[in-house]
Write a protein that binds this ligand. Sequence first.
Ligand code: KIV
Length: 279
Amino acid sequence: MSRQASKQNRHTARDICGLKSRKQAFVCLTAYTATMAAIADRHADVLLVGDSLGMVVYGFDSTLPVTLDMMILHGQAVTRCSRRALVVVDMPFASYQESPEQAFRTAARIMAETGCGAVKLEGGAEMAQTIAFLVKRGIPVMGHIGLQPQSVHTTGGYRVMGRSEPEQEKIMADADAISKAGAFSVVLECMDEQLAVAITKRIEVPTIGIGASESCDGQVVVTDDILGLTPGPYPKFIKTYSELGRAIDNTLSRFTADLRSRKYPGMENTYSAKKNIAG
Ligand code: KIV
C-alpha cells in the first residue's frame, strides 16, 4: 500500500476517541489473518489483533501462552491486508506488567514491526502509570478492564464482574484511573449492565463493550464467534450470525466424497496436451 493511501484512509486512535458522542455504536472486530482482515476492514472501525488468537487460532486453553512474536506476525498480516480500520494489537501476557519500561519496549516493537495504530493492555489502576508512560512517548493505548483473561488465575476464572458493591467500586476506580492516564478508549469485558452504564456516563473516552450491554459507546466481538467458527457452547453475550463451521464441514464432506469416487478432478480441471508426450 502506498503511503498516500494509508494516510488518506486509515482511522486513528484520535478519530476513535472522538466517536464517544456518536449515537450509533462503533464496531471493533477481531482479525488475526490476512483473509479476515481484508473482509472485516470493509465493516469495522477498529480491527483488534486480540490475544484471543491463542485460543481461536492456536487451540490453547487460555491467552497466557501467547508470545510477542506471535502477536507481531499476526499484527503484520492484519495491517498489510487492511486499509481503513484502526489496527490495535494486544500486548501479550508478561510482556508489559513488570514495569513501564518493559511495556514501552514491547509496545515500541509492536508499533514499529506491525505498523499498527495502537496497542491494548489489560489492567486497571495498577496499570495507570504504565499507560501514562506509553502515551507520553507516542503510543496510543486502549485499556481493558472488567474480566481480564490474562489474570483469570488471580480473579477467580471467567465470570461476570461487578456483581458485588466492592467489586463495582474497584472497577469504577479502574476506569477512572486508566482514562485519566490517557487511554484513548477502554474495553469493558463481561460485566453487570448497570456498571457499564455508569462507567460509560462517567469517563470521557469511549467504552467498548464485550458482554457489557448495549450501553457502551462501541462493541467488540471475537469475529470467529459470531461467524459460528469457534466450537461452542458460547457464553450468553455471544450471538452467532452464521454457521460457518457447519458450512465448512459440509463442504469438506462433499469434496472428499468427490475425491474418493474420482469425480474430482474432472476433465475441466485437467491440463491435457494436444499431443501426447509419448507420441
Ligand atoms: O483478545 C481479544 O480478542 C480481546 C477482546 C475479547 C476484547 O481482548
